[in-house]
Write a protein of this length. Structure first.
Ligand SMILES: Cc1cc2nc3c(=O)[nH]c(=O)nc-3n(C[C@H](O)[C@H](O)[C@H](O)COP(=O)(O)OP(=O)(O)OC[C@H]3O[C@@H](n4cnc5c(N)ncnc54)[C@H](O)[C@@H]3O)c2cc1C
Length: 345
């Protein structure tokens, strides 16, 4: 027996992909989204100068998972783009990040940790390098060649031709999907449905009964300058001790507009999520794993008719391709269980 009424909480990549998969399988899906727009943190818009800006920071699509690329390509064409990042040194020079042979030669291999990792960790995580989980810092390798690309190995690197918001509009345009914006989940709503896929923060769902799961957030400061272009590459990281981590100039991304007299930049200032209107971006991986343990205790409280998904439902940092791949897997598993007749209450 196939359940026909599904509730999805959150219209980010996770919720939207699940909704589309289940609608394609014949189910009726209601999506609740508390923000005024779909797209989650990948949401973008074109500003008054004709420049496309990603409201929640630069989103670069990169993957070697060609199944994900094929799946998304039903809803978008792509513009090839390989991201480059420079770090601004205290003497005004720009060097390539992640650290390559040239950067190491300029800065000195023995100084790499103190110049790049230590101040960045303090700003980004609000912790000393020794306090964060080693997996976070090991994600940024030191290269021995002169490669300048930020994602040197991923087979597919591109930006949706008409932006992420257009991709979402097409993905959610389905007769069996209903999207409600400005609609935060309220306790008990799930009882009207056969199953709920929930990408809201799991601790919020359970009323914080076991305590808060910590997150880092970012305040985004947008500035438009009367200049054709300001930076040598799309993103420049700061190595100083000030509060800002990096700046992105949108014009460098293909299809993001190129007005002759103006350029828009976004500067990022990390902070605790409670200092930024509860905007949760990065789950905090502490060295002792206490946050992960707390997450597991919340996850164990979920009922059979509720599947927690996505960045805040799983309390895991997911790149977009990983969010899409997890979502396809969660939806497929659910459809298979329904076909086997085991999910109706
Ligand atoms: C600053 C930043 C930069 C990033 N850059 C990249 C990048 O370059 N490349 C890359 O691959 N990935 C990047 N990511 C990761 C990317 O944003 C995630 O992969 C993606 O957002 C995950 O989608 P999601 O649906 O799981 O979560 P989200 O996008 O967060 O979507 C969850 C949705 O649920 C909604 N919601 C939450 N609570 C409720 C509630 N109670 N009721 C109703 N709705 C609710 C939220 O409003 C949100 O829209 C970046 C993330 C950040 C924060």
């Amino acid at each position: 027996m196939t359940p026909h009424r599904i509730l999805v909480v959150g219209a980010g990549f996770t919720g939207a992909v699940i909704a589309r998969e289940l609608a394609d399988a014949g189910m009726r899906v209601d999506i609740l989204e508390q923000r005024e727009h779909a797209g989650g943190n990948a949401f973008d818009f074109v500003n008054e100068h004709g420049i496309r800006v990603h409201r929640y920071g630069p989103h670069l699509f990169h993957t070697s998972n060609m199944q994900v690329v094929e799946w998304l390509s039903r809803f978008t064409e792509w513009l090839p783009y390989r991201h480059r990042v420079k770090a601004l040194l205290s003497d005004g020079r720009f060097v390539t990040l992640p650290v390559n042979a040239e950067t190491a030669a300029i800065v000195g291999l023995e100084n790499v940790i103190d110049v790049f990792f230590r101040p960045y960790t303090r700003k980004m995580w609000g912790m000393e390098l020794e306090q964060v989980d080693p997996s976070i810092t090991s994600r940024v390798p030191i290269r021995e060649d002169l490669n300048e690309f930020y994602f040197p190995d991923d087979k597919f690197q591109a930006i949706p031709k008409y932006g992420y918001s257009a991709l979402f509009n097409r993905m959610l345009d389905h007769e069996r999907i209903r999207v409600q914006l400005n609609a935060p989940f309220q306790p008990g709503m799930e009882r009207e449905y056969d199953h709920c896929f929930n990408s809201m923060p799991i601790d919020e769902f359970f009323g914080y009964t076991l305590g808060d799961l910590p997150y880092r957030s970012i305040r985004f400061h947008n500035v438009t300058l009367p200049l054709p272009q300001a930076l040598p590459v799309a993103t420049v990281n700061f190595t100083h001790d000030g509060p800002y981590t990096r700046v992105t100039e949108w014009k460098h991304l293909p299809g993001h507009g190129y007005p002759p007299w103006h350029t828009t930049l976004t500067i990022e200032e990390p902070c605790d999520y409670r200092a930024n209107n509860n905007e949760r971006y990065y789950p905090v991986k502490d060295r002792g794993g206490l946050n992960r343990d707390l997450y597991r205790r919340y996850a164990a409280m979920a009922s059979e008719t509720m599947t927690f998904v996505g960045r805040c439902g799983l309390y895991a940092y997911l790149d977009m391709h990983q969010a899409v791949s997890h979502a396809i897997a969660a939806a497929s598993k659910f459809v298979a269980r329904c076909d086997a007749g085991s999910t109706m209450r």
